[in-house]
Design a protein around this ligand. Structure first.
Ligand SMILES: Cc1ncc(COP(=O)(O)O)c(C=O)c1O
Length: 385
């Protein structure tokens, strides 16, 4: 009876309906499905954070509407996180806005700067919210392919001049979902210079910044001039197994932060202050849990990598995130369907992250070691290359 808006019509359909349906059907039948699908940590939130939350939730001071950009104490904790881990200065007064998870901020941000006809430069394969946020704001997306031969970095030199002229936002995400790659210093320097020269906002998605195995990734604000053009998004979700809590932040250029805060003031009323209180414990309390989380993902990565090696399957060893991006032959949707039908294994077809994702499949190592070992056995039985 009611026609949906042109805006909503532009949003692409969910690609994996059929795979999802089959997975649920198998689970209902009691089949032992191994799920490498969703990128959602399987481990609980560390105890010290839960204890802080228990205390906070009883405090009536936190039961009222939260403040606009977040509590001063939580913003100070975020600022200290950058200083401690990256030796980067972030002013808690003007350069931080607390979010209801980084997805919320990433989705709302284009509303602040995109007018109809403006372009966002969006890497693909990539997190779908960059494109969708742009479309909701009435903008257009120009996709930047991330190719294996270019180490899954976009080639800025290949963007046509007329596109660069109309571009308002460039999105980047490293450590990268879905490819598990990092951005080197020289590339980040080139990106910052490109954005300054062309007056383009750099949206840097650092959701996986603390999930690294060999070396800590470079923080974008350690690149000279970055703060002139950059807003970074991060959250407690992946670092502290807190995806369900919905708490994150944006930080960086103060005019970008105040624009985002203005949009948010008019849409939501902030992040529950008890959660922000627990967030202070996460960022400033003991970090032993984060070290443990990294060790667990690294062990899983190494077990999976060893198994794949034995099977003669090619892959790039992820340096961070909990994803494996594996090249396969042919259609990624058909391949994933084959894995599910024959091995009762769920993975995500690369095409779902963009056309350059075709020919790849993403495995999320958010399941325990036993299941990973069992999955390797099953793959051995069915994977004929
Ligand atoms: C690349 C990337 N960015 C951002 C997010 C959003 O995370 P959150 O909203 O939980 O902070 C995700 C979640 O999977 C992600 O993969």
């Amino acid at each position: 009876m009611f026609e949906i808006s042109e805006r909503l019509k532009k949003i692409p359909p969910y690609l994996f309906v059929e795979i999802d349906r089959k997975k649920k059907e198998m689970i209902l039948k009691g089949e032992d499905v191994i799920d490498f699908g969703v990128g959602d940590p399987d481990m609980p939130t560390p105890e010290n954070i839960i204890e802080a939350m228990k205390k906070a939730v009883e405090n009536p001071q936190f039961h009222r509407y939260p403040f606009g950009k977040g509590t001063k104490e939580f913003r100070k904790a975020i600022s200290s996180f950058y200083k401690k881990n990256y030796d980067v200065d972030i002013d808690y007064e003007n350069e931080i806005c607390v979010l209801i998870g980084s997805k919320e901020g990433i989705a709302h941000f284009p509303l602040c700067f995109i007018n109809p006809g403006d372009i966002s430069l969006v890497p693909e394969p990539g997190y779908p919210v960059y494109n969708i946020g742009t479309l909701i704001a009435g903008g257009e997306t120009y996709f930047l392919p991330l190719k294996e031969e270019n180490n899954f970095l976009p080639d800025l030199g290949k963007i046509p001049n007329e596109i660069v002229r109309k571009a308002k936002i460039l999105y980047l995400n490293y450590p990268n979902n879905p490819t598990g790659t990092f951005a080197p210093y020289e590339f980040l320097k080139e990106v910052v210079q490109f954005c300054i020269k062309n007056k383009i906002i750099l949206v840097y998605d650092a959701a996986y910044s603390e999930i690294y195995f060999e070396k800590r990734p470079i923080n974008i604000f350690s690149i000279e001039g970055a703060k002139k053009v950059t807003i970074e998004f991060n959250s407690l979700s992946k670092t502290y197994n807190m995806t369900g809590w919905r708490v994150g932040w944006a930080c960086g250029n103060s005019s970008l932060i105040s624009a985002l805060a203005k949009i948010k003031e008019n849409i939501d009323s902030g992040t529950f202050e008890a959660i922000q209180f627990a967030g202070i414990e996460a960022l400033t309390g003991p970090q032993t849990s984060v070290i443990k989380i990294r060790e667990i993902y690294k062990k899983r990565r190494d077990i999976f990598a060893e198994g794949l090696k034995e099977l003669g399957i090619d892959f790039n060893l992820p340096l961070g995130t909990f994803y494996f991006w594996i090249k396969i032959n042919g259609s990624s949707v058909k391949f994933v369907d084959f894995l599910l039908e024959n091995g009762k294994i769920v993975a995500t077809p690369g095409i779902g992250f963009g056309p350059s994702g075709e020919g790849f499949v993403r495995f999320s190592l958010t399941i325990n070691e036993e299941k990973i070992i069992e999955a390797i056995k099953r793959i051995k039985r069915i994977w004929v290359r």
